[in-house]
Design a protein around this ligand. Structure first.
Ligand SMILES: [Zn+2]
Length: 311
C-alpha cells in the first residue's frame, strides 16, 4: 500500500523548549520524502525518529524567519559530509538563494548542487510535479513574503475488474483505455459503461501546510476538502491581539478556517513557548472544529488510501 504520512519533526515557534523543536515537517509519499520548513535541530530530529537525511531531495521553505530556516545550514552541511553528490531542490521565496549564498561565503560551498525554485506570480501553477504528486504554493499573510504548500496525489489509474475482462473478452488495448476512464463497446455493439467495468477510484490524498499567517478566510477555497491541514496556532484565543500584531493565528482562528474549508483533520502547532500546556489551545480549537489535534514532536499522521463511491 502506498503510504501518505506526515511526521512532525518540530512543533514549537520561535523559542525551542526542552520538548519541542522549532517547526519542521516531513511528508512521505510512496518513498518520496518532502521536508517542509527547517527549524533549528532538524537533522537531530531526523536521526532521532529514524530518517536518513540522504533520502531527502526536496525541501520546501515557507519564509525566511529563523525558526523556519536555521536548521538548513547544519542539515546541508551534514548531507555534504555524508558524501552526497546528487542535487538538492530548495523551494521558497526568491531571497532563499541570496541567504544561502551569504552563508556559503563564510563556510564554503557544498559538494553537491542546489537547485532553487520560487513560486511564480501565478500561484495556481505547481512548484513541483512528478507522476504521483503535485505541490502548489499558497500565498500567506505574514510580516514577510510567506508561502504555504498544498501536496496532492495525482489521479490514479482505474482498476479494471478481471472477471469482466474475461467475460467480455476485452483486449489489452481496450483495457488500457478503460483504465483511463473510457467505456467499452462489445463486438455486437452494446456499450458497457466504465463504471461497471472498474472498481471505484481511489481518492487523491492531500496535505496542506499553513505557517505563518494571520487568519485568512480567503484560503478556504484552496483548502477545500483537504484530508490533512496543518495550520499554525501560535496563540490562544485570549491572545488574539498579540496574534494580530505579530501576524500569527490563534487556535480558534485555525479551527474556523478548517471548518469553512470542510477539511477532514486539522493539526495545530507552531505553539508559542509562553504556553506550558498546549492542551488549552487544542480545546479551544475543538470547540469550533472537533477533528483537531495539537501536534507533538515525533508524531506520525497517516492518510489512508480509500476508494470513493461513484454512486
Ligand atoms: Zn514561525
Amino acid at each position: 500500500m502506498v503510504s501518505f504520512e506526515l511526521i512532525i519533526l518540530g512543533s514549537s515557534s520561535t523559542l525551542p523548549t526542552s520538548k519541542r523543536f522549532p517547526t519542521a515537517h516531513l511528508l512521505k509519499v510512496d518513498e518520496r520524502f518532502f521536508l517542509i520548513d527547517c527549524g533549528e535541530g532538524v537533522q537531530m530530529q531526523l536521526r532521532k525518529f529514524g530518517f536518513n537525511p540522504g533520502r531527502i531531495h526536496h525541501i520546501f521553505v515557507s519564509h525566511l524567519h529563523g525558526d523556519h530556516v536555521y536548521g538548513l545550514f547544519g542539515l546541508l552541511s551534514t548531507m555534504g559530509m555524508m558524501g552526497r553528490k546528487v542535487p538538492l531542490n530548495l523551494y521558497g521565496p526568491s531571497r532563499l538563494k541570496e541567504m544561502m549564498a551569504q552563508h556559503f561565503s563564510f563556510f564554503g560551498s557544498l559538494p553537491f548542487p542546489l537547485d532553487f525554485h520560487s513560486p511564480s506570480s501565478d500561484t495556481s501553477i505547481p512548484i513541483y510535479e512528478d507522476e504521483k504528486v503535485t505541490v502548489t504554493p499558497i500565498p500567506l499573510k505574514h510580516r514577510i513574503l510567506t508561502y504555504g504548500y498544498l501536496f496532492r496525489e495525482k489521479k490514479k489509474e482505474l482498476n479494471v475488474r478481471k472477471d469482466l475482462v474475461e467475460n467480455y473478452g476485452i483486449g489489452i488495448a481496450d483495457v488500457v483505455r478503460i483504465k483511463q476512464g473510457e467505456d467499452f463497446i462489445t463486438s455486437n455493439g452494446s456499450l458497457i459503461p466504465n463504471r461497471r467495468l472498474t472498481l471505484p477510484p481511489y481518492h487523491q490524498r492531500s496535505y496542506a501546510y499553513i505557517s505563518d499567517t494571520v487568519f485568512d478566510p480567503d484560503l478556504a477555497g484552496v483548502l477545500k476538502n483537504v484530508d490533512l491541514l496543518f495550520h499554525e496556532a501560535t496563540f490562544s484565543n485570549n491572545d488574539k491581539k498579540l496574534a494580530a500584531e505579530t501576524m500569527h493565528s490563534t487556535s480558534g482562528q485555525a479551527a474556523t478556517l478548517a471548518k469553512m474549508a470542510g477539511i477532514k483533520k486539522l493539526l495545530i502547532g507552531h505553539f508559542s513557548s509562553r504556553y506550558k500546556d498546549h492542551g488549552v489551545l487544542e480545546e479551544e480549537a475543538r470547540e469550533v472544529f472537533p477533528y483537531t489535534d495539537g501536534v507533538n514532536d515525533g508524531e506520525i499522521y497517516s492518510v489512508p488510501l480509500e476508494r470513493v463511491s461513484t454512486e
